[in-house]
Design a protein around this ligand. Structure first.
Ligand code: ASP
Length: 314
């Protein structure tokens, strides 16, 4: 069996990433065959709360015809002292082929993948990575603009603790977008600036120049109380509100991975904004996850060879 996993987007070549997005776009336009994952057992092993990602994986698994087992948080024997390696061995012995996992510890899916004889899909590990969220975000940008290449995208807020930001930075860069990180120093250290990824402090200055804004939630559960920003300060400088929406270019869109905190990273006016794309992101989550399940189990479809130039000699 091939050991394809999806742990983060840096495992994929830009061509593979495009192939995955093409496949997700096809699945979004017309549902895939129900037997794509026939007789494949998938276990959803989530150790952190999740509404969108969990439901979206469950729907995607159903739509591609997998046999799905959900292990609700707290019900696996990892809590009883069983090692990850032993859990992996146990599940593999029952013919489980795919594990979709979310865990508060960065790196958990990697350790699982080392000992599991099947495919591991990372549904979010600590502050580290959330590759399927980044894929659905890329799909949303592609659907909106027809491309990701050359777009200028601002990620706003708690970049330091955001696995969504980290995976998006990888994906956006791989596909040739320009990435602007915007936030206060406590949530966005200057050291996050690298290559074409810029660190900026003033959201107002950035807004007129971007194609898309991704707002991020402050990851309270991962931040020591002493370092948590004053919410009033944060809102004054980084909350998307009616005045800031006016600063955007007419074609610009606003995204959020959810769950959003009303009054903190956005105000209610955002929900009526013509470029608010949250619902589209959620919808794209199902097609992106169907494409990922298909990719790890079946591989990417072989793209048709380019047409051969007609011979002038015949
Ligand atoms: N739902 C996303 C995640 O799991 C974003 C968030 O929680 O703020 O990382």
């Amino acid at each position: 069996m091939q050991r394809r996993n999806l742990l983060d987007l840096d495992e994929l070549e830009a061509g593979e990433l495009r192939g995955l997005l093409d496949q997700a776009q096809r699945f979004g336009a017309s549902p895939p065959r129900r037997d794509l994952l026939r007789d494949i057992i998938v276990v959803n092993l989530f150790f952190e709360p999740s509404t969108r990602t969990y439901t979206s994986f469950a729907i995607a698994e159903h739509l591609v015809g997998a046999d799905v087992i959900a292990l609700p948080p707290g019900s696996s024997s990892l809590g009883k002292g069983e090692t990850i390696a032993d859990t992996a061995l146990t599940l593999a012995a029952m013919n489980v082929r795919v594990i979709v996992t979310r865990h508060p510890e960065s790196g958990f899916p990697y350790r699982l993948a080392e000992s599991f004889e099947g495919h591991v899909i990372n549904a979010g590990d600590g502050c580290h990575a959330h590759p399927t969220q980044a894929l659905l975000d890329l799909l949303t940008l592609r659907t909106e603009f027809g491309r990701v290449e050359g777009l200028r995208v601002a990620l706003v807020g708690d970049i330091l603790h955001s696995r969504v930001a980290r995976s998006n930075i990888l994906g956006l860069q791989a596909l040739g977008a320009e990435v602007l990180l915007v936030g206060p120093p406590t949530l966005l250290p200057a050291s996050m600036e690298r290559g074409r990824v810029k660190v900026l402090r003033s959201l107002d200055d950035v807004l007129p120049h971007v194609d898309a804004v991704m707002l991020l939630r402050i990851q309270r559960e991962r931040i020591a109380a002493a370092v948590l920003p004053e919410l009033d300060d944060y809102a004054r400088n980084y909350r998307m509100d009616a005045r800031r929406l006016e600063l955007l270019a007419p074609h610009a869109i606003v995204m959020h991975p959810g769950p959003y905190n009303r009054g903190v990273e956005l105000t209610e006016e955002v929900f009526d904004f013509r470029g608010w794309r949250y619902a589209q992101q959620v919808a794209h989550g199902v097609s992106a996850r169907m494409a990922v399940l298909d990719y790890v189990v079946n591989g990417l479809p072989v793209s048709p060879a380019p047409p051969r130039p007609e011979s002038i000699l015949v």
